[in-house]
Ligand binder design. Structure first.
Ligand code: QAP
Ligand code: CO
Length: 167
């Protein structure tokens, strides 16, 4: 297994649209394993393939207390079930150290393939719903900082660039 490098905002690679997975073969299964290992190592609750510079429609999530309930979504499609907007504080492994309130539909249904290539669907709310919407945004080149003001976004961009220059 391997820990993959996580791209950081404002890397232009984070703006690419990911491609659908044609077949869930052993290469994809290895990528899923490595994405999970990378997410756990970074103490994240969600990671999209885009964030590790692989432009395939794959997401891993684990919102469980003990970090032992991995969820894998390949070619996820979301449909809003409850359009009521809920505000939630979001962070992102690609925007380390910054957290902002974002409003999203409160409940979504997700249809996807699992790591065996088998279709499944899940109706989600609360943190899982936020997390899935956040991760699907990554596959479409969108980041949570796109929902906040330009002023705040630019401030975060400049601070992250400055921190990296110092490393
Ligand atoms: C997306 O984000 C998410 O800044 C997943 O220093 C976040 O796993 C969805 C992380 C919140 C819903 C609510 C962020 C780790 C992890 C950081 C993450 C950091 C270390 C973010
Ligand atoms: Co993110």
């Amino acid at each position: 297994m391997a820990i993959l490098n996580i791209l950081e905002f404002p890397d232009p690679q984070l703006r690419k649209t990911a491609n659908s997975v044609k077949t869930v073969d052993s290469d994809i299964q290895l990528l899923v394993k490595n994405m999970l290992e990378t997410m756990y190592d970074a103490e994240g609750i969600g990671l999209a393939a885009t964030q590790v510079n692989i432009h395939k429609r794959i997401i891993v999530i684990d919102i469980s207390e003990n970090c032992d309930e991995p969820l894998v979504f390949i070619n996820p499609k979301i449909e809003v079930i409850d359009h009521t907007l809920h505000e939630h504080q979001e962070g992102c492994l690609s925007v380390p150290g910054y957290y902002e309130e974002v409003e999203r539909p409160s409940s979504v249904k997700v249809v996807a393939l699992n790591e065996q290539g088998k279709p499944f669907e899940l109706i989600t709310e609360d943190l899982l719903s936020v997390c899935i919407q956040h991760e699907v945004d990554h596959l479409n080149g969108k980041l949570f900082v796109d929902y906040i003001s330009v002023l705040k976004r630019n401030r975060i961009k400049q601070k992250l660039q400055k921190e990296r220059r110092q490393d």
